[in-house]
Design a protein around this ligand. Structure first.
Ligand SMILES: C[S@@+](CC[C@H](N)C(=O)[O-])C[C@H]1O[C@@H](n2cnc3c(N)ncnc32)[C@H](O)[C@@H]1O
Ligand code: SF4
Length: 469
């Protein structure tokens, strides 16, 4: 009998769960870079197999499940930005001429897969992927028009971008979708002007530009969400708290706090500078800084809703992020270059995850139908997806979805994580401790480690462009 307890689904070459090996694996992960944002869950992109020609889309979905929609209008970044020094997001040089053709292809993609999303409950839509607000107004109108063919009444409708590019026209467009609740989401990183200049962001995200974007959104009745980076090179705890205080003072509805992900070889400009790398705090210090920032936000009355997100008291709770972390209750469909989708059916049918062509040019030339990567989950992998994705919710029920039947399979890992003070297991739930929150990437990594070894042995590990995860 194998680790999975036998049966038709038992993977034959699954690695054994040796406590000493799991402890060593966790130790290795805890000492490495902590990717605080768990955007992908299991499987990360490299573990997804390349999609073969002729993917056959499911002809039906589970109609009672809600579905959140994401659209990535393009993969371009600001014209003047070589990259913000630290940024792991796709930022191809902008090509204005591609904006409308991309929007048309996204509209075609909506139409070709409409049986997967039309007539279902759509609680939230996110136009993102980095700097979606660089999208021209006609292109944005085309995408929103295609979406609004469905009833978006009550849906949260977010537009992501850099502060400088939000315009009154864009906000009007968002606000014109009947019944939708608009929001903008942007990077602030810091309000420290010297640090912004070191990032190369002084012309796209100055404090004045941030303030202007917030004012524009508030005037249009849109909610606001800002990203702050912490543990920047040489950044002091006082500077981090000053950034939080400034964001609170602005009255934004959501503050997202991201521990800087940076290491040698990361493929971003800052990773090429030994001085910058040497000026980063070690993980113990970085965790202390993060705790200080978290405490300051809680003291200001903000509620921590996910690993990285804190919501203003009295603000309408945001939906997109939370729902995206509960894949067993809500599907997610992504459209446009680099978009990820996940469909679950419940019952015997296997869950599916796919990645669209990651570059704008390839997405245009391949046609929306030819996806780049595809992953068909085995039942225990669906449980692993639920488990790793759900970590971002800080506490998740373990008696629901595929996890209910498979939790015991992750018992050896959970024992080691418990022993290390990273998780707690109250009856029927799994909860991250405060330390577990900061080291959530290591928690997810350990939970998935054996599954990844198994999948790699099965020959499914193809190199891929890996964005933030
Ligand atoms: C794709 S960006 C969208 C923001 C928008 N393009 C801007 O620059 O204002 C989303 C957020 O990811 C975060 N991010 C990017 N690179 C990161 C890294 N290396 N470590 C941690 N967070 C990062 C930044 O806080 C950024 O605001
Ligand atoms: S942080 Fe935003 S503006 Fe800067 S490189 Fe990344 S996506 Fe572009």
């Amino acid at each position: 009998m194998g680790w999975f307890g036998g049966g038709a689904q038992t993977p034959k070459k699954y690695p054994a769960a040796e406590p000493a090996a799991l402890r060593a694996e966790l130790g290795r992960r805890l000492s490495g870079v902590q990717r605080h944002r768990l955007l992908a869950g299991f499987p990360m992109t490299p573990v997804m197999g390349p999609a073969r020609r002729g993917v056959v889309w499911p002809q039906r979905t589970e109609p009672r499940r809600p579905v959140i929609l994401g659209a990535l209008p393009h993969t371009f970044c600001a014209p003047a930005v070589r990259g913000c020094g630290f940024c792991t997001f796709p930022h191809e040089p902008p090509d204005k001429g591609q904006m409308l053709p991309l929007a048309a292809q996204i509209a075609a993609e909506f139409a070709s897969r409409q049986h997967l999303w039309r007539h279902r409950i759509i609680p939230a839509v996110y136009l993102g992927g980095g700097t979606a607000n660089l999208c021209s107004t006609p292109a944005l109108a085309m995408i929103l028009g295609a979406l609004a063919a469905n009833n978006l009444h009550g849906a949260e409708l977010s537009l992501e971008g850099a502060p400088r590019f939000f315009s009154a026209e864009q906000l009007e467009l968002l606000a014109s979708i009947p019944g939708a609740q608009p929001r903008i989401s942007m990077g602030v990183q810091t309000f420290d002007e010297a640090a912004l200049a070191r990032m190369g962001r002084q012309h796209i995200g100055s404090p004045a530009q941030v303030q202007a974007a917030v004012a524009l959104a508030q005037a249009a009745g849109a909610a606001t969400s800002v990203d702050l980076l912490i543990n920047l090179p040489e950044q002091t705890p006082a500077a981090m708290r000053a950034d939080v205080a400034r964001a609170v003072e602005l009255g934004v509805d959501q503050i997202c706090v991201y521990h800087l992900v940076l290491r040698e070889g990361l493929g971003v400009p800052w990773a090429e500078s030994p001085e910058t790398l040497a000026a980063l705090p070690d993980n113990t210090t970085a965790f202390d800084h993060w705790r200080g920032v978290r405490a300051a936000l809680l003291e200001a009355g903000y509620t921590q809703t996910t690993l990285t997100n804190f919501e203003r008291p009295g603000a309408r709770p945001f939906r997109y992020e939370r729902l995206s972390f509960a894949p067993h209750t809500c599907d997610a469909l992504g459209f446009g270059p680099g978009a990820l989708s996940g469909l679950n059916f419940g019952g015997a049918e296997r869950a599916l995850k796919w990645l669209n062509q990651p570059r704008s040019g390839d997405y245009l030339s391949c046609g929306a139908g030819k996806v780049a990567r595809l992953f068909l989950y085995e039942p225990h992998e669906e449980a692993l997806m639920q488990l790793t994705r759900g970590l971002a919710l800080l506490e998740q029920p373990t008696g629901e979805g595929p996890l209910a039947a498979h939790l015991h399979l992750f018992g050896p890992e959970l024992d080691i994580l418990d022993e290390a003070g990273l998780v707690e297991r109250p009856p029927g739930a799994l909860r991250l401790t405060e330390r577990g929150m900061f080291f959530a990437d290591s928690v997810a990594g350990l939970l998935a480690a054996r599954a990844v070894v198994y999948r790699r042995a099965a020959g499914l590990n193809e190199p891929a462009e890996l964005h933030m995860g």
